[in-house]
Design a binder for this molecule. Structure first.
Ligand code: PLP
Length: 298
């Protein structure tokens, strides 16, 4: 299988040759926004929605992308096309750039744009993503959207990493974090959902507005499953009949345990399985899809 293709500031290369300055403020200050889309069976999924969110993230962080929307679209397609991968993980990122020595002014730097297509990533491995993970409700507080607006997808993820380390310490696969207001938010790389009395609910604040979450909502609406975005209290996790998560890198993923206690009967629930199987069968068929070759030919 191909290792993928990386684009950095106008050049395409093999991942082993992809390097950046250690002085880029993307690393030094976490001054970076990014987005991740994917292809499955050769089809990009909701590519324009990801590009639009990336644009909003750039604006939110006052990062000026030298490439237009259409150019970003073609660069993503070019990476996928050159990689030869049909199932791929496609990341785009922009860092503010390298300031002259001793300069602290973030204005006027030359940003770096990186895009790459690498083999598709399952955040917990395919088996756990499809069949279930155990999550830990973290004592680490999610950084407030009043400090860093979490609708902008960014690299300030130290809270998420600490939460994951704590989850491992507690024998769980990953975490869900609570916000400063006491309501649940999201996990390191995914939105989450509870199912109560047949209604699917997901937090509405202090979260990334996931593109997969949008797909889950669309499936629910189409299949007549009530769906709501609202505040969710930590206690509701144990009151829920089902819990699941969603992300680009894994799709719709059942949660079968919380803090060491099984959710429901400890297996993926009926509503979760229905949404998951619709998601994957639709993706196979090119739902909300466009092919790299068609973008490049247009
Ligand atoms: N929340 C966070 C913090 C994320 O990093 C991600 C994806 O990486 C998500 C949610 C899910 O977003 P999407 O469905 O657009 O991949």
């Amino acid at each position: 299988m191909s290792d993928g293709i990386v684009f950095i500031d106008g050049e395409y290369m093999h991942p082993r040759d992809a390097t950046m300055s250690i002085f880029d403020t993307g690393f030094v200050w976490g001054d970076c926004v990014y987005d991740v889309t994917s292809t499955w069976n050769g089809w990009f999924f909701m590519l324009d929605e990801h590009l639009e969110r990336f644009q909003r993230s750039c604006e939110g962080f006052r990062l000026e992308n030298p490439y237009s929307f259409e150019e970003m679209r073609r660069i993503c397609a070019e990476c996928v096309d050159r990689s030869g991968l049909s199932n791929s993980y496609v990341k785009m990122q922009i860092t503010r750039g390298v300031p002259p020595h001793g300069v602290r002014d973030p204005r006027g730097l030359t940003p770096s744009v990186v895009v790459y297509a690498v083999p598709y990533v399952w955040i917990w491995g395919e088996d756990k993503c499809r069949n279930g993970v155990s999550l830990h409700v973290s004592s680490v507080e999610r950084v407030s959207s009043r400090a860093i607006d979490q609708r902008f997808k960014n690299y300030n993820r130290a809270d998420l990493v600490q939460a994951r380390l704590e989850a491992y310490d507690n024998g769980c696969d990953d975490a869900i974090l609570t916000g400063a207001d006491g309501f649940l938010t999201e996990g390191p790389g995914y939105n989450f959902f509870i199912v109560r009395d047949g209604t699917v609910a997901s937090p509405d604040y202090n979260v990334l507005e996931g593109i997969t979450r949008r797909a889950v909502r669309e499936i629910c609406e189409r299949e007549g499953i009530p769906f709501e975005l609202r505040e969710i209290r930590p206690e509701e996790l144990s009151e829920a009949s089902e819990v699941f998560t969603s992300t680009t890198a894994g799709g719709v993923m059942p949660v079968t345990g919380i803090n060491g206690t099984p959710v429901g009967n400890g297996h993926a629930g009926i509503v979760t399985s229905r949404i998951q199987s619709t998601y994957w069968s639709e993706r196979e068929a090119g739902w909300h899809g466009v092919r790299a070759g068609d973008i490049l030919a247009s």
